[in-house]
Design a protein around this ligand. Structure first.
Ligand SMILES: Cc1cc2nc3c(=O)[nH]c(=O)nc-3n(C[C@H](O)[C@H](O)[C@H](O)COP(=O)(O)OP(=O)(O)OC[C@H]3O[C@@H](n4cnc5c(N)ncnc54)[C@H](O)[C@@H]3O)c2cc1C
Length: 505
């Protein structure tokens, strides 16, 4: 168990440190406990568990993956209220799971990791937190989340705005929007959820759109009491339902990765927009000019009809500057506002979101330098030069078509195997071979070629040079198949004792 060795500047020695108490970090913690390993801590910068579902409590927040699938396979919930649960229900699920698996004693809240360093002489990671604590561990699991650093756009004059400014992930529920002139910037996943909710309340809502999103209908059906009762009484029925959802989502990977199939869906979506938006010109402005699936496809039944309201307008001109009480667009028009809502998403470059702190591995390895061109890992989990470091939802393991929890569970399984292998090999650390990592990433980039995701739009899946470092390029069952067993020959196992003996000889 963890023990403190100093009271002045506390140093905690543990076997495993997990950073982040979202779905990823908690999954890792549960599976460690299941394996009989209680020698770990979870460091979480927030004051509560939940990650994305703790921070994003804006009006209308909800999941776009079906709840029976967007939950752990080992912790099914028979009574999800509807196909796509709202944020509050997902947050409650995470809180319940935390209690159910007795995780609270292992979590250190308000501990933000701000440096991590691997010492090859001791084969230990040393992590420092902003609060002045130090943690030393053998295994370091980075579950810091793909979407948790708010993206604040560099708009001239933004800091001079005299009204209210808030990012969707930092919603101020004490601020009363009733009767206010609101400008919402961005038309991504969050904006399409909160805009329809606030539109009936505010005096006016101007939606500033740079690029329209493809938005498809959302299945709003609730689960009737009888379904919930059956799912509770017969867990295999629930699992069957989950499997059906999984395979129906998985079937979407073909249109998502094939531009030709995407064109059929595009035609259906165009009809959907025309049907939902009365004004022809407005409908055209809301219709994307890039391939369906190139950017994340969003789901909503409320987004398009919202534009039929008299108090809602769409602004497609770029933003020139923000003034004390208005926003000026490139066409010279001044839009007065009391409140600016930044629906501008998150920093999605793994070089920043995985860690916005210095992280050094074996001599000569500094992650910001190794990832200077692009973030690269082996199956998004291990990185050459950084022994015993594991990532959850690392580079190229995000999804556009299915539940990220499926990927997280595959990754946790992979990490546990790595830990077992290390023990079996009686080694102190394992390090993925550079050649294995290179071959994997070359294959990923090859597989991405010719898919909808590289069909020419600018999306958050890509970094500035167009390289896609966010998405897993294909079926998730294939990821499961490839990560089911760790290929030990792809790793170097290092024993400190052997090194010492070689040094002495
Ligand atoms: C608004 C929103 C809607 C979403 N909707 C969907 C959806 O519908 N479907 C879907 O599949 N995915 C969705 N996602 C993506 C979502 O991020 C993942 O589904 C999932 O939550 C990832 O879990 P995670 O544990 O990896 O990351 P997170 O949930 O982001 O948790 C990471 C945790 O790490 C903590 N942390 C980060 N850095 C540090 C540090 N240095 N020190 C200590 N703690 C740290 C953070 O505070 C956070 O609690 C959504 C995300 C957002 C923001």
């Amino acid at each position: 168990m963890s023990k403190k060795v100093s009271t002045k500047a506390p140093v905690t020695q543990v076997n495993v440190v997990i950073v982040g108490a979202g779905f990823g970090g908690l999954c890792m913690a549960i599976r460690l406990r299941e394996q009989g390993n209680d020698d770990f801590v979870v460091l979480e910068k927030a004051g509560e568990v939940g990650g994305a579902w703790y921070f994003n409590g804006y009006p209308g927040a909800g999941c776009d993956v079906q709840s029976h699938l967007y939950s752990y396979s080992f912790a099914g919930k028979p009574d999800w209220s509807k196909r796509y649960a709202p944020q509050q229900e997902i947050e409650q699920y995470i809180l319940d799971v935390t209690e159910q698996y007795g995780l609270r004693p292992f979590i250190r809240f308000r501990q933000e990791v701000n440096t991590a360093h691997f010492d090859a002489a001791t084969a230990r990671w040393t992590l420092h937190t902003a609060q002045g604590d130090t943690f030393v561990c053998r295994h370091f699991v980075l579950a810091s989340g793909p979407l948790h650093v708010p993206n604040i756009p560099a708009i001239q004059g933004l800091s001079d705005f005299q009204g209210k400014v808030m990012h969707s992930a930092e919603w101020d529920h004490d601020y009363d929007l009733a009767g206010k002139r609101v400008i919402s910037i961005g038309t991504g996943g969050s904006a399409i959820q909160y805009c329809p909710e606030i539109a009936p309340v505010v005096k006016s809502l101007s939606v500033f759109q740079r690029t329209p999103a493809w938005v498809v209908p959302r299945d709003e059906r609730g689960y009737p009491g009888i379904s919930k009762a059956l799912f509770r009484r017969f867990p295999s029925l629930r699992r069957l339902h989950r499997a059906r959802l999984y395979w129906s989502n998985e079937s979407r990977v073909m249109p998502a990765s094939s531009p030709r199939a995407a064109r059929v869906l595009e035609a259906l979506c165009r009809a959907f927009i025309r049907f939902q938006v009365r004004d022809r010109q407005l409908a055209r402005a809301l219709t994307p000019d890039y391939a369906f699936g190139c950017k994340r496809v969003l789901i909503s039944n409320k987004w398009y009809p919202m534009f039929n309201r008299d108090n809602v307008s769409l602004v497609t001109a770029g933003i020139r500057e923000v003034r004390a009480h208005s926003v000026v667009t490139d066409d010279g028009l001044e839009h007065p506002a009391d409140c600016l809502i930044l629906g501008t998403g998150f920093v999605v470059d793994p070089r920043i979101y995985m860690k916005d702190f210095p992280l050094t591995g074996l001599p000569g390895h500094e992650l910001t330098k190794d990832w200077a061109e692009a973030a690269e890992a082996y199956y998004g989990v291990t990185v050459s030069g950084y022994p015993n470091l594991y990532m959850l939802v690392g580079p190229n393991t995000g999804l556009g078509h299915n539940s990220i929890l499926f990927m997280i569970e595959c990754q946790v399984n992979y990490i546990l195997q790595c830990m077992r292998l290390l023990k079996a090999e009686e080694a102190d650390y394992l390090d993925v071979k550079p050649a294995a990592q290179r071959a994997f990433n070359d294959a990923v980039q090859r597989r991405l070629q010719g898919t909808t995701w590289t069909s020419g739009c600018t999306s958050w899946y890509q970094q500035a040079d167009g390289r896609n470092v966010a998405l897993w390029p294909g079926a998730t069952w294939r990821y499961w198949l490839e990560t089911r067993r760790v290929c030990s020959t792809d790793y170097e196992f290092v024993s400190l004792e052997e090194i010492q003996q070689q040094g002495a000889a």
